[in-house]
Design a binder for this molecule. Sequence first.
Ligand SMILES: Cc1ncc(COP(=O)(O)O)c(C=O)c1O
Length: 426
Amino acid sequence: MAMTEVDARRRDEADPGHRDLFRIPPAEGGGYAEVAYMAGNSLGLQPRATRDELLEDLDAWARLGVEGHLEAGRPWLPYHELLTEQAARLVGGLPSETVVMNSLTVNLHLLMVSFYRPSGTRTRIVIEDAAFPSDSYAVRSQVAFHGLDPDAEVVRLRPRDGEDCLRTEDVLAYLRDEGGRVALVLLGGVNYLTGELMDIPAITGAARAAGAVAGWDLAHAAGNVPLRLHEWGVDFAAWCSYKYLNSGPGALSGVFVHEWHLGDPDLPRFEGWWSTAAATRFEMTPTSRPPATVEAWQISNPPIYAMGPVRTSLELFDKVGMEALRARSLRLTAYLESLLDEVLPGRPLVQVTPRDPERRGCQLSVRTTAMGANELARRLRHEHGVIADARQPDIVRFAPVPLYSTYDDCRRVAEALAAIFPKDAS
Ligand SMILES: Cc1ncc(COP(=O)(O)O)c(C=O)c1O
């Protein structure tokens, strides 16, 4: 039986991660000093460096006032540029294809202004039935904005009966059979509920072959799994920075637009003064001269105190490297799964995340059939010091995050589930 503290701690010594770079919240229950934090897929923990960097940016304002736009240690006018190369490396984009701005749903809307252009019989948007509700609302409102009927034009792809995850072959079959009616495919790279990692290159290829645009919501993929957006031919993507990217609640979003769309004068875009090329921004002309980069999608000047935490975080990802993180992630999640395999059978709990490590990131979702998800998350927290994340009505998500989670955190999850559902009571 691998579920002993000695075994978990031995694994932690051999494969330590970067926990010391983060602030780990104290535990409220379970007799532990620190929580076993499994909710980094919802809100990542705070890097220690973030506070100091934010204070530096605040001090620059105090010291320099308006002159900080050009004279701050990290000048404010081009602040977003400090994030570009690292964000591009993180998602496998070119710097010209990647920018950090706004928040995620806002960016999805701005991108759909350009990339959802229904015409003739090509009017549909394809999402997954278990899409994050914000995406569902966003695409429905886009369809309605074009004067079309969301109930008719938004196609929600469902898993097969009795299954939780969407099969790639079923997405491809839909695109083969109905692709001529599809204007846009907008799926989650990693599904927020099931933790399923979609086959982004295969679905992107099929969408484009069908004449549709391939867009991706990478909220649960960025910083979780390696991405090669440019190489895969993704048309556009957006992601937030508050989950695996540890940049704080409501943190900014990244945007990718493939090179082949850059500089296209026929693409509609909403504009503001940050859409015009930086060199001409202060010429105060009445019309913009957008650059042939994704910066043409920017609208407003960058919010410095929101940008700082993203910069700090991206530096960390750059230093550690996504490949190394993925390697530890595979080990850590496999360990959690092996412990769940010992605990779940005979209890009213079922893993819904695919068992194939290539079809998931670090998150393992568990369905609870004898207790509501909220109640289970509450007991995990208050009785065992485990922070997991409940999705109503019956899914609890556990995400051992390779930057800061430990093997012992995983052991604590399994031990807590075993204690909450004693075998003879199930
Ligand atoms: C998959 C997914 N898409 C969209 C959102 C909404 O993000 P925002 O509130 O930053 O627009 C979330 C938030 O958790 C999400 O998980």
